[in-house]
Design a binder for this molecule. Sequence first.
Ligand SMILES: [Zn+2]
Ligand SMILES: [Zn+2]
Length: 232
Amino acid sequence: MHLKIDLHVHTIYPADSLITPEEVAFYARKQGLDGVAVVDHDRLDSALKISRELDFLIIPGMEITSSDGHVIGLNVQKPVPRGLMAEETVDKIHDAGGLAIACHPATFFKGSLGNRVTSRFDAVEVINSSAIPFGYSAKHGERIASHSGVARVAGSDAHYGPEIGCAYTAVDAEPTVDEIVNAIGKGFCQPFGKAIPLALRLKREFLVLRRRSGFARKWTENVEERSVSRDT
Ligand SMILES: [Zn+2]
Ligand SMILES: [Zn+2]
């Protein structure tokens, strides 16, 4: 069975994403996806919570900030610490029962592993819809994947609902988390996708900025209220 899975989605729990759990399922269904991997930055609790609560196929995981660049721990059963070297991070992911994916290995502004991807990884994210520049990133991602000889996958790296599904991995598996993760580990998968359209990126940036300024305003008001109540 061919499944369409977006393997790289962030939710509202880290402050830089706008996507609520309900939106994950809504936009994934709208894009005809069969499942989504939720991989928030350096935390696993949000993905585990969503995978339990949503009536939609969620593969839990986390995007780990290694000292060499970002690594996705797909379906890890316990959190993997940040700040370790890439090789050590891969070991920890395997110890935690997950797959190690070298995400956006050749892009700017994102913490990329570059040539530090080895055959000990389980997959390389050849297509990342948020990567800048997209064409360069996909071309060099492909080179890194063929050099390391591991599976090739894709994900949107969505931080805003309508970005979900801009890229997806076609997986030859039955629709359960274990079957999908096993199939990816064996390379029964293929990456598809495109860059997030510029208009969508700009809209996301605008919404993130508006949210941040809303937070800043609320915080300032709280501080003012507190100092007023202390003065009176
Ligand atoms: Zn990243
Ligand atoms: Zn990401």
